[in-house]
Every structure is written in C-alpha cells, then in structure tokens.
Design a protein around this ligand. Structure first.
Ligand code: ZN
Length: 381
C-alpha cells in the first residue's frame, strides 16, 4: 500500500512546506508560501508531457496543467489547493511524512495534499494507458486557507477556456459535497478617549463600548440560529478575537474585535453588512463602527440535476461508495468557481476532523480509493 504511487507522491508533497502566511509575520521564511511545492509539481507534471502554466503572484503561484484529448466532450477542472495552515503546536514533525497503522501523518496530509496526490497518480495512470476521455485542467491553487487569491487568478486566466465543471478536493471522507456556506470576516472598531485610569471619568473607555458591541453580536448570532431552518442549515456568527488597550492604568481609546459570519447562498455582502449595521444601531453603540467586512469564501449550492453530479455519482457507485450528496460545514474554493457559473463539487480523501490538527493524518486507503474514483472520472467521456 505504501508503495502505491499516490502514497509516494503524498509523502513527497508533505515533505515540501507550503504554509499560508495567514497575514502573520512570525512564521519562518523557509516554510512560507506555495512556490517550492509548485516547483516540484511543475516538474512532475511536465514529465507527464503536460503543458504547465504558473499564474498569480510569483511568490504565491498557482499552477494549471492541461491534458487534452481529441474529440473530448467535456473539460473538468480538478482543483487541489497548494497551501496548508501553519504548524504551531504540532505534536509530530509536520514535514517528515510517516506511515503508521495505515495512516499517513504530516501537515497537509489530509488538507489537501492527499487530494493532489490522488489526482496526479490517476492522471498519470490514464495517460500511460491512453484511456483519457475528457480534457483535464489540473489546478494547484494558492491561498485557499485565507483569501482564495489563487482560485481567483486561475479563473481569470482560464476565462477563454472555461471548464464544464469543477471538482475541488477537500477532506470530505469521499462523500460528494454539493452545498456549503460562505465565509465573511469583519472587524468592529470601538472608539473612546484616553485618560489616566485614576481619573476614568475624564476619558471614554473603548473596551466597555466594545464589550457591549460583542453582546449585541451574541444576540445577533442567536437570532440567526432561531430564524434558520434548523439543523446545520442556518447562518452563524462568532466573535473570534478581541484586542484593545495599552496598559491597565490607561483608559483605552480604541478596541476592536474580529468576527466570522457563515452565510447562505441567498445572502450577499450588502445584506450581511446591513444586518451588522442594524445590530449596532443602538444609542450606547454609537462609537462602534464596522471597520471592514470581507467575503473570504463564497457559498456552494450546486443543483442535483447537473451532469457533473451524475458523473460523480456514477464514479462513486462504481467504487462501491455512498452516492448521496452531502453538505459541508466548512468553506472551499468550489464556491468561487460556482459563483462564476461553473457547476462545482467537493470530494476528497480524509476527514475534516483531522485537518489543521496537531497530528494531521489521512488514511492511506482513502487516498488510493480517491485515485480510483479520479481514474473513473477521467475515463468517462
Ligand atoms: Zn483545504
């Protein structure tokens, strides 16, 4: 099993750090960025006689490799992001891939270098056998873990040769995911007036103001749950960080918090912004403003009637796997492709429970099965 090409490739990929800087400045330069992993893949894919293009920021590149066959009726874009989350607090060596009890360990093992390994091994196999029946655009995109800069650059580059559908690999436990929420992040800023803490009445405490705003966000979060359809189908809001003040003996002039808002396919940025604005529209919150709001991931809501859903279902059925579509609670780049009018699905080996963890791993068997599913997809005209 550990000799299977997809497992060998996975170990190669894990050994190449490709950490997303996540807007931080404390991560060592030698593990940051997708460039090293992109270099490796580019060489590997060129050995398969594929044309490989690099797009986006040269320090944060994305790759597009194309395999074309005469008379193909469809083009599938298979996307597997190049970046991983950082490695703080990991209990294993993140870049020394080990196999134990049928599991492959390392940063990116399941999220989502396993997906790329399965895709590359499958493509290699069908090219060698001469059984490729559809055009394949194999994409390794940068920055999925933060702003999806890579997916946007890839879409722009492929405007003149759009694929018919997209398969994004993420750890879904080999379930076909057709729906997930979008992700927005926002920053609230509370303004005050600094003063000596011995004379607090001479100042205006920004942290007290921000605390009231945090409670208003909690109330909004409750309303989102209560007004939703039940289960995991509703929008959510959570406050993730809070910051402010300079010293215990200074009344703070400024404080801020960051919130995470998961939104549904029918909601848009303006609606979300207006809703937060409304929640802040109270006399005691006058000095709290919505500093910025950014959409990080777009929602996915692919119709079950799409041909790609049927194709994927067929490949899963051939592999003896569950063919029902599922909903993910995490966001992916599939939402971005989908918003551009390209039907998109998410499917990949491993569980999201092991993604981003201190001992990230993936079951080797799932990686091999994903590769078999990809072979079936590529051999289906
Ligand atoms: Zn991922």
């Amino acid at each position: 099993m550990s000799d299977a090409p997809c497992i060998r490739y996975l170990r190669d990929y894990i050994a190449i750090p490709s950490v997303n800087p996540m807007r931080r400045s404390d991560i060592p330069a030698e593990i940051i960025g997708e460039a090293r992993y992109a270099d490796w893949l580019q060489e590997q894919l060129r050995r398969l006689q594929l044309d490989v293009e690099r797009v986006g920021d040269p320090r944060r590149p994305s790759l597009i490799a194309e395999a074309r066959v005469p008379g193909a009726k469809q083009t599938v874009l298979c996307a597997s992001h190049l970046d991983t989350v950082p490695v703080d607090g990991m209990q294993i060596d993140p870049f020394d891939p080990q196999i134990k009890d049928g599991r492959v360990f390392g940063r990116g093992a399941c999220d989502t270098k396993a997906g790329m390994a399965a895709l590359v091994a499958a493509l290699e196999q069908v090219l060698a056998r001469g059984t490729l029946r559809c055009n394949v655009q194999l994409v390794g995109e940068a920055d999925e873990e933060l702003e999806s800069l890579g997916a946007r650059a890839v879409l722009q580059h492929l405007e003149a040769r759009r694929p018919d559908w997209v398969l994004a690999t993420e750890p879904t436990g080999l379930r076909m995911v057709t729906r997930h929420k979008g992700v927005a992040h926002a920053r609230l800023l509370a303004h005050g007036v600094a003063a000596h803490a011995a004379q607090p009445n001479r100042g205006e405490n920004a942290i007290f103001r921000l605390a009231r705003a945090a409670l208003a966000m909690e109330a909004l979060a409750t309303r989102l749950v209560e007004s939703g359809p039940g289960g995991a189908g509703h929008a959510t809001l959570s406050v993730g960080t809070i910051e402010g003040g300079s010293a215990p003996n200074v009344v703070p002039a400024e404080a801020s918090l960051m919130l995470d808002r998961r939104f549904l396919a029918h909601e848009d940025q303006e609606e979300i912004r207006a809703q937060i604005g409304q929640a802040l529209d109270q006399p005691e919150l006058e000095q709290v403003t919505l500093d910025w709001l950014r959409i990080e991931k777009l929602p996915l809501a692919t119709n079950e009637d799409q041909a790609c859903v049927q194709r994927c279902r067929q490949a899963l059925s051939n592999a003896g796997l569950d063919v029902r579509s599922d909903q993910a609670f995490f966001g992916t780049d599939a939402g971005i492709f989908s918003r551009h009018g390209i039907p998109s699905l998410v499917l990949g080996p491993g569980s999201i429970d092991q993604a981003h963890t201190e001992n990230e791993w993936v079951e080797a068997d799932q990686v091999s099965r994903m590769s078999e599913i990809c072979v079936a997809l590529f051999e289906n005209g």
